[in-house]
Design a protein around this ligand. Sequence first.
Ligand SMILES: Nc1ncnc2c1ncn2[C@@H]1O[C@H](COP(=O)(O)OP(=O)(O)OP(=O)(O)O)[C@@H](O)[C@H]1O
Ligand SMILES: [Mg+2]
Length: 262
Amino acid sequence: MSLFAGIDIGSLSTEAVIIDQQAAMVAAVILPTEAHSTKAAETALEAALEQAGARRPELARIVATGYGRVSVPFAHKAVTEITCHGAGAHHLFPGTGTVIDIGGQDSKVIRLGPGGKVVDFTMNDKCAAGTGRFLEVMAAKLGAGLDELGPLSRAARREVAISSVCTVFAESEVVSLVARNEPREDIIRGLHRAIVNRVWSMVRAVGVEGQVTMTGGVAKNSGVVELLEEKVGQPINVYREPQIVGALGAALLARDQARALG
Ligand SMILES: Nc1ncnc2c1ncn2[C@@H]1O[C@H](COP(=O)(O)OP(=O)(O)OP(=O)(O)O)[C@@H](O)[C@H]1O
Ligand SMILES: [Mg+2]
């Protein structure tokens, strides 16, 4: 049996997905990237092989993506995250016209045309504001776990306006808000609003057409998803494990490439 693997080495997390010839997912793992991209890719792939009960020679082709994609010596090809998140989102939600991927280090908005082909995209990788990193910094300051941000934000009674766009200044703003005894829920909702405003200007630049699908770790934050849905004016598709969508896309491309090569 031939299997195909996709590995996404992100700034924070590394994912490995293995699919079979029918594109059914036989393994999916998420691990922290830590300090070494090559090691993270190797460990994630080994864990995925174990989950699938498969051996390395059964992998007909491996595609790497993510910022660490050039550090995967055993991959047959490296493909950009734009293409992979597009392919993964199209496979899971075929009606997707716009993909929003918010990861730890950058955020991207991708427009898909017929067949899931990328027709346009925009990206913010210059600054932590508008990325998951911004939320990590603020969650640490507020003593909240990442998985608590969504439920806390949704329990907010009010919303505190965060005026700084810069992560460093917003952090000191949060410190003063805490000192003024502003409820944590209200501050978190304000922080989510700040992210959503940033991402929304990217969405507008690329355009909304058809269904909107969100990928990447921040899609696990129901507070951000809810505020984005308000802006977009329609429900947003979120796969049950949004962090693996890029790796799934890479695995699907590995399968396509293997077929094209005969
Ligand atoms: N359980 C969770 N609940 C809410 N948010 C989460 C959760 N886990 C991760 N996140 C958010 O997801 C972000 C990381 O996303 P992801 O794993 O997609 O990043 P990455 O692919 O490593 O980074 P990049 O693509 O930017 O290189 C974190 O910064 C955090 O804000
Ligand atoms: Mg990523």
